[in-house]
Design a protein around this ligand. Structure first.
Ligand code: DGL
Length: 277
């Protein structure tokens, strides 16, 4: 299960905390199941206050601090900010505030794009807030100033995914419309800069034939594995790990929509009063 060249300690038994604005961060949890199956996981989905993607930086930072304080109670060994919007605007503040390592989805996605894009012309799609933060652009240009980044906000993708409209004519038409300008930019990789977009991969790939789609969820979990391995803090793989899910509203909807993201039943799910934190 875990890489046996990497030492495993009791510290490793502490859970990994993951938060997102709602259900979308389960794409990261799914990756954790695949890449780090021995880990205990505590997930918080801010279903009362979703979407973050159209809110101000100040509000998203406030929410991110509250979500992290809630997760910190569980003595987490690492925090993954699964939400691109929160990663784009709040990561530095969270890193200053908490003693555990904090990983966002932007840096691993940006690095993967630079690794995989041969012509260094990279597309980024995300929510309005993520795109207008220019977080991916600043990071990629910071690492490689000769890279060219082309961004596109795709605001309708989140509601379409949450409705379960992952295929079909209407979603295909929306995908086509949003990607039409990116298609003219000769990009050879496209960062899926939002938790929900990996579920649209088949349609996106069909529209962007031959272009490498970069899934930030996969990349951040690879980074988490490295960070924990370097610190000797990987969880042991020889027991059944626990997974707990908390939401700020509508647990029943979270269970229903979340099953689509995770591909399995989600239990237990508890509702918390997040404004208290
Ligand atoms: N989780 C958000 C993101 O990755 C998408 C949903 C929202 O707008 O809150 O940007």
């Amino acid at each position: 299960m875990t890489d046996d060249r990497i030492p495993v300690s009791r510290e490793g038994e502490r859970p990994i905390g993951v938060f997102d604005s709602g259900v979308g961060g389960l794409t990261v949890v799914k990756e954790l199941f695949g890449q780090l199956p021995g880990e205990n996981i505590i997930y918080f989905g801010d279903t009362a206050r979703v979407p973050y993607g159209i809110k101000s930086d100040r509000t998203v930072v406030k929410f991110s601090l509250q979500n992290s304080r809630f997760l910190a109670q569980f003595k987490i060994k690492l925090l993954i900010v699964a939400c691109n919007t929160a990663s784009a605007v709040g990561l530095d503040i969270l890193r200053k505030e908490f003693p555990f390592p904090v990983l966002g989805v932007i840096e691993p996605g940006a690095r993967a794009a630079l690794r995989l894009a041969k012509n260094k012309r990279i597309g980024v799609i995300g929510t309005e807030a993520t795109v207008s933060s220019r977080a991916y652009v600043k990071l990629i240009e910071g690492i490689n100033p000769s890279a060219r980044i082309f961004s596109q906000a795709c605001s309708l993708f989140v509601p379409l995914v949450e409705e379960g409209w992952l295929e079909g004519e209407i979603t295909a038409a929306v995908v086509r419309k949003y990607l039409s300008s990116l298609k003219k930019k000769s990009i050879d990789s496209l960062i899926l800069g939002c938790t929900h977009y990996p579920l649209l991969k088949p349609l996106l790939q069909k529209e962007m034939e031959g272009i490498v789609l970069i899934d930030s969820a996969r990349e951040v979990v690879a980074e988490a594995k490295k960070v924990l391995g370097d610190r000797g803090m990987l969880g042991a793989g020889n027991r059944t790990p626990y997974r707990r899910y908390y939401v700020s509203d509508m647990p029943a909807r979270f269970v229903r929509v979340g099953k689509m993201f995770l591909g399995e039943d989600i239990t237990p799910v508890e509702q918390v009063e997040i404004e208290k934190y």
